[in-house]
Design a protein around this ligand. Structure first.
Ligand code: AMP
Length: 282
């Protein structure tokens, strides 16, 4: 496996791969890899001839008071994990490689950037869309893999890919969870022991919601209240949002029917965690 930090070098390598008609599987990440990321890499390994993982902590998707500075960084460990999985290339550019001096073009998926995480993280999805568009242009992957963990991001990337006609297939992979149900996240490393046990309230409340839907509850407001009450019982938790939305456009749902997304963002102490559940009701 080779670690490449320069865009021109990567483009030259990938040009050769494309000439040889190799299928390029691409997994964009911000590093501090865990089993959630590695599941995407495994999917890429199964589906593609050449697997490329990018590790880039994208400054433009962090707000001024967010955790860009303290975001976990561990390139050598990440490289070790990816080597074991048979990845071909890691692209680990510095910020100047992605945003050279004078960089002035941004991609915005307008409507899908507004609700849910977009309300409290203005500019976040503009940063995400811009970096993914730039990486797609550099890599020109055949298939790109994203996690359902970041449900709004997944929907937005699909929309951007369709709107801008990027010739890439987008695959969304299921959420990988810890044994107790907590969705794996690089930010789980911020949690103290007490916070870590409190954090299972996110998954538990989603499971309870799934239970009452299975029992026939279809009223979105009642389901949201139940989730909120379950989370509020946990002293270390503070709700940012609990929403039930359409998967196609993230608009709020009143009565549950078809495929819907239950999405939530909750602070456990100072750490903001997100989780979600896709529900299909015939
Ligand atoms: P990140 O490094 O947090 O930007 O994540 C890189 C990719 O991994 C994104 O497509 C995420 O949605 C995905 N991902 C992160 N955590 C998980 C998880 N627990 N299960 C599945 N995919 C995940």
């Amino acid at each position: 496996m080779e670690v490449i930090s320069k865009t021109n070098k990567l483009k030259a390598v990938l040009r050769k791969a494309r000439c040889a008609s190799l299928k390029i599987g691409f997994v964009p990440t911000m590093g501090a890899l865990h089993a959630g990321h590695l599941a995407l890499v495994q999917r890429a390994r199964e589906a593609a001839d050449l697997v490329l993982v990018s590790i880039f902590i994208n400054p433009t998707q962090f707000g001024p008071n967010e955790d860009f500075e303290k975001y976990p960084r561990n390139l050598s460990h990440d490289v070790e994990l990816l080597t074991r999985l048979g990845v071909d290339y890691v692209f680990a550019p510095g910020p100047e490689e992605i945003y050279p001096k004078g960089f002035d073009t941004f991609v915005e998926v307008k409507e899908l950037s507004q609700p849910l995480c977009g309300e409290t993280r203005p500019g976040h999805f503009r940063g995400v869309a811009t970096v993914v568009a730039k990486l797609f242009s550099i890599v020109q992957p055949t298939i790109a893999f994203f996690g359902q963990k970041d449900a709004q991001q997944a929907i937005l990337i699909k929309k951007m890919t369709a709107d801008l006609d990027f010739p890439v297939e987008i695959k969304i992979c299921p959420i990988v969870r810890e044994a107790d149900g907590l969705a794996m996240s690089s930010r789980n490393a911020y949690l103290s022991v007490e916070e870590r046990s409190a954090a299972i309230v996110l998954y538990r409340s989603l499971q309870q919601a799934a239970g009452i839907i299975l029992d026939g509850e279809r009223n979105s407001a009642s389901i949201r209240s139940m989730i909120e009450a379950a989370i509020e019982r946990e002293a270390l938790a503070r709700i940012e949002y609990v929403e039930i939305v359409e998967t196609k456009d993230l608009t709020p749902v009143e009565k549950i029917r078809g495929e819907i997304l239950i999405a939530l963002a909750v602070f456990i102490g100072k750490t903001r965690l997100i989780d979600n559940l896709l529900v299909s009701v015939p």
